[in-house]
Each structure stands twice: as structure tokens, then as C-alpha cells.
Design a protein around this ligand. Structure first.
Ligand SMILES: [Zn+2]
Ligand SMILES: [Zn+2]
Length: 372
């Protein structure tokens, strides 16, 4: 059952709705690629000790992290004792040099887990705030995934040069364009997207998902690219659309929580989408259930008919067999009687012949004795 994606009467709102879903689909398609690249990055930056917290690895104050206020304790640094750890400092330095703008988001990351969870390294390349509670690439949102690819220069090695040239923050590079689509969708004031813009969005997102360097052969990216096509041409199933919509809604709420300026209009519109989709799903379920019920009744009826039909045939058969047996019996009796009659007739005949022979013999004997 395909969904009617045209939930709204006006085309431009439907376009916006499709764009929301497209972002979620794209993010899902990039997740496993980013995850496996983060494992390589973890190897590149080296092994941390696993005991140092980020708070202890950064001096107070650190530009962009905290300001030392006279007489007040720092909100970031609970302890003012910096820790000297050679291995962790090295990892920290390596992360910084991989950062395109040399400003890792230290507030997001748990340095104790750098050696065990590549995602904690990935978090250094996310926007500065709001991601500390996000525990995986999958859990992250579209903006987060694109930020890692933009901010970490490692991705220059696994994306073709067209994705990152001219180099960010130049708005003309493909990844910057992709990030801008996300912003436009989330920050909308009217939840409307023109046909031409939507076309352009699909084109840009598909180009990224089919990047020839690695993504072209990445299974998840391939699936997402197909899904984008389905979405664009209204071939997506209702249940799949429902799941994606829920994810889009969660992401938007989450973005709001981290202080991003998500438009209220966008939030309201997505809520309406969810309600309408839920209603369509319920209606669909009812239709399916009534078809199942109908089918069951028809099958039961057919079984009943079949049973009756078989019953009649058995009765007919019984009758037929009985009458054949009767016929057979009669036939056998007749044959026996005929046989008996024939045998009796033959015996009678024999007896007659013996009597005849005997009387002829007696006659001859008498004649011979008279003549003699
Ligand atoms: Zn350490
Ligand atoms: Zn501080």
C-alpha cells in the first residue's frame, strides 16, 4: 500500500513535508559510512589513557569553552587542577589538527571514552553544544552527521573533491549546500517549498549519497538513494513514511531542545502530518482487517459447501455400491440356480439313458433265451 504523500491540499506544503522526510532518509543513509570512518579516525588520532576527563585536559580558561571570572568558579572546570597526560594530550592535539577550523567541540565529548568509543571523537566535530547526550551516529540528527563530514578533514580522503570544493565554509561546495538545505527546512517560517527548490534538494542529496569515492558502493547509502526516489515519486509505503515522519519529528524536537532556532510553524506542521498519517494508517488497517474478515467468511463458506458436496457424493456412492452388490447377488443366485437346473437335467438325462439301456439289454436277453 503506497502512501498518498500529498497530505496537504497545497503543493508547496507537501513539498516541505517531503523535504523533511528526505533529510531523515539522507541522514540514515550516511550513518554507517560516518561510523566506519570514525573508527579509522580513532586509529589515526592514537590511543588515550582512558582516565582523563576533558575538563582536566583543558586549561582554565580555554577560549570558546570557558571564561575565568574573578571570585567565581568556572562552570566548566569544577576542579582547577590541570592534568598532565602525554597520551591524552597527543590525542587532543591530533583531534585539533583534524578539525577544519581548529575548534573541536570539547564540551560535547567524554575524553575517557576516546579509546573505546569512536563516536566520542566524532562529537568533537559536531556543533559546539547540544550533542553531549547523543550516544551514536544513528541517534544524531542530519545536521550533526553533515557537520562531522564538513568539520573533520579526514573526510577529504573518503569523499570525492567535488563534495568539499571550494573548501568550506564556501557556500558553493556540495556539503555546505547540503547543510543549508537542512537549515532552510528547519528554520522555515511558512513550511513551504517550491517545486523547483524541492527538485534541487532531491538532486543535491542524491548526488551526495551517490558520491563515487565510497558512498556509491555503501549499502545503506544505496538504500537511501532508492528511498529518495520513492519519496519523490510517491512510491513510499505508508508504514515506512510513518516511521520516517516520527524520526523527523523527534529530530526537530531535539534540535529545539539544544537551542537551535527551529520554527514553531515547522513543529506544528509536522505534528499535523503525524496526526493525518496516523489516521490514514488506522483507516488502512481497518480496510485490511475487513478484507481479512471477508476472506475468512468466504473460505469457511467454501469449506461448508465442500463438506456438503462430499457428503452427497458419499451417500450417492454408498447407494451405488449397495445396488451393485444386490445386482451381483442376484446374478450369482441366478447363475447357481441355472447351474443346478442344468446339472439336474443332465442327471435326469443320464438316468433315463441307463434305464433305456437296461430295458434294451433285458429285451435282448429274453429274445436270445426264447430262440435258444
Ligand atoms: Zn590521560
Ligand atoms: Zn574554565
Amino acid at each position: 500500500m503506497f502512501a498518498n504523500t500529498n497530505i496537504f491540499t497545497d503543493k508547496v506544503t507537501t513539498n516541505w513535508f517531503k523535504a523533511c522526510i528526505a533529510l531523515t532518509v539522507t541522514k540514515d543513509g550516511l550513518s554507517s559510512f560516518v561510523e566506519s570512518e570514525l573508527q579509522k579516525i580513532q586509529t589515526t588520532v592514537g590511543r588515550s589513557c582512558g582516565n582523563c576527563s576533558i575538563e582536566k585536559l583543558l586549561p582554565c580558561p580555554t577560549n570558546g569553552i570557558c571564561k575565568k571570572r574573578k571570585g567565581n568558579t568556572c562552570i566548566f572546570h569544577h576542579s582547577q587542577q590541570p592534568q598532565n597526560c602525554k597520551s591524552c594530550d597527543q590525542v587532543k592535539q591530533n583531534i585539533t589538527s583534524l578539525h577544519r577550523f581548529k575548534g573541536p567541540s570539547w564540551r560535547n565529548t567524554q575524553a575517557e571514552s576516546w579509546a573505546t568509543h569512536p563516536w566520542e571523537i566524532g562529537k568533537c566535530f559536531l556543533p559546539p553544544d547540544g550533542y553531549s547526550g547523543v550516544s551514536s551516529v544513528q541517534e544524531s540528527d542530519f545536521n550533526g552527521v553533515i557537520s562531522i563530514m564538513l568539520n573533520c578533514t579526514h573526510f577529504q580522503t573518503c569523499l570525492s573533491s567535488s563534495c568539499l570544493s571550494p573548501p568550506p565554509p564556501d557556500k558553493q561546495c556540495l556539503l555546505e549546500k547540503v547543510r543549508q538545505i537542512g537549515r532552510d527546512i528547519r528554520h522555515t517560517s511558512d513550511c513551504k517549498v517550491s517545486d523547483a527548490h524541492l527538485q534541487d534538494y532531491f538532486q543535491t542529496l542524491s548526488t551526495l549519497l551517490a558520491d563515487p569515492k565510497c558512498l556509491l558502493n555503501d549499502p545503506s547509502a544505496k538504500i537511501s538513494k532508492t528511498k529518495l526516489g520513492d519519496l519523490q515519486n510517491d512510491r513510499m509505503s505508508l508504514s515506512e513514511l510513518g516511521e520516517l515522519l516520527k524520526e523527523a519529528d523527534r529530530t526537530l524536537k531535539n534540535a529545539n531542545e539544544v537551542g537551535e532556532r527551529v520554527s514553531e510553524a515547522a513543529e506544528r506542521k509536522l505534528a499535523v502530518c503525524l496526526e493525518q498519517l496516523e489516521a490514514s494508517l488506522q483507516a488502512g488497517k481497518k480496510r485490511i482487517q475487513s478484507r481479512i474478515d471477508d476472506g475468512k467468511q468466504r473460505i469457511e463458506q467454501a469449506i461448508q459447501d465442500g463438506k456438503q458436496h462430499i457428503g452427497v457424493k458419499i451417500q450417492n456412492g454408498d447407494r451405488c455400491i449397495e445396488s451393485k452388490i444386490d445386482n451381483g447377488k442376484q446374478h450369482i443366485e441366478q447363475t447357481i440356480q441355472d447351474g443346478e437346473k442344468r446339472i439336474e437335467a443332465k442327471i435326469q438325462d443320464g438316468e433315463n439313458r441307463i434305464i433305456q439301456t437296461n430295458s434294451e439289454q433285458a429285451e435282448q436277453n429274453y429274445t436270445r433265451s426264447v430262440e435258444g
